[in-house]
Each structure stands twice: as C-alpha cells, then as structure tokens.
Write a new protein. Structure first.
Length: 154
C-alpha cells in the first residue's frame, strides 16, 4: 500500500485527486498508476483503470488472474467492474469511500450473487488513516483555494 500511496502523491503533484494504485504479480510490483482525469480530460482515467490497461498491455492478455491490486481508495462502480472483467484475484484498498465506493460502502459489487462469473477477494482499511488524510487534505486545500478566489472576485 505504501507504493500506492507514492502514486497518489504523484497525482497530488499534478493537481489530481490523490488516488494511487499498484498491481502486484508474484510478490512484485507489475505496474503503477495514479489518477489522471484532469490531466487527460477523460472521465475513465481512474488509477485502477489505467493500471489494468497497463498490466494487460504488458502481459499481452486481458486476464490478470494471478495478480492483486493495491489502491488507496475503495474502487467505484466503474473500476470495480473493470477489476471483475480483468479477473484480478484480490483488491486491497485504503480508505473507504462513503459516496461512491462500490466494494462495501455503497454497493457490494464483488458479491458473486449479483451474477458475476469471477469472485474478487478484497480487504479494506489498509493504512486507512494515511489514505483518508491525503483525501481530506486535498479537498480542504481545494475549498480554501476556491474560497480565496471568491473573496478576490467580490
């Protein structure tokens, strides 16, 4: 998870939401990614989707069955779907996402009773405080910046 946090810090440096992700194969980091939605102007440029794309390209296959994902925030519905489709074995996430988390917070998309043909194991709350604090600090800075702009505009 510490390596995923390093990726999240790269996102912060770009002004992106601090979400970082690594995919691990055989106990070694296979690929790294961080959010790039603003940079790319693309709604699907989430850290998890970018990491899955990189891993598939590097492996030369869409099946990532023997790989695990570490991500700093509970995946959303889109990312959870991509995780299922790519056959990731297990997801470890840091902070829970009460507004859009699709693993346990708002949905339980990895539950195979929903009709999915692949069971993704998961574990949440890994370095949760550190991952949550990055998000809180990031959005606090944005609110402070925006409040300063409003005062100057008045």
């Amino acid at each position: 998870m510490l390596e995923a946090i390093k990726e999240a810090e790269k996102a912060i440096d770009l002004g992106e939401c601090p979400i970082g992700c690594v995919i691990v194969k055989d106990g070694r980091i296979f690929v790294r990614a961080h959010n790039l939605r603003l940079t790319r102007g693309n709604a699907i440029a989430h850290a998890e989707v970018i990491a899955i794309d990189k891993a598939c390209r590097k492996l030369g296959d869409w099946r990532l069955e023997d790989m695990d994902m570490y991500v700093t925030l509970e995946p959303c519905t889109m990312c959870s779907g991509a995780i299922i489709q790519s056959r990731i074995r297990k997801v470890y996430f840091g902070a829970y996402e009460p507004k859009s988390g699709a693993v346990v917070s708002c949905n339980d998309i990895f539950d195979v009773s929903h009709g999915h043909n692949h069971k993704v194991e998961f574990e949440g709350g890994i370095l949760e405080k550190q991952c949550s604090q990055m998000m809180l600090d990031f959005f606090r800075a944005i609110r402070k910046r925006d409040a300063g702009k409003k005062r100057r505009d008045q």
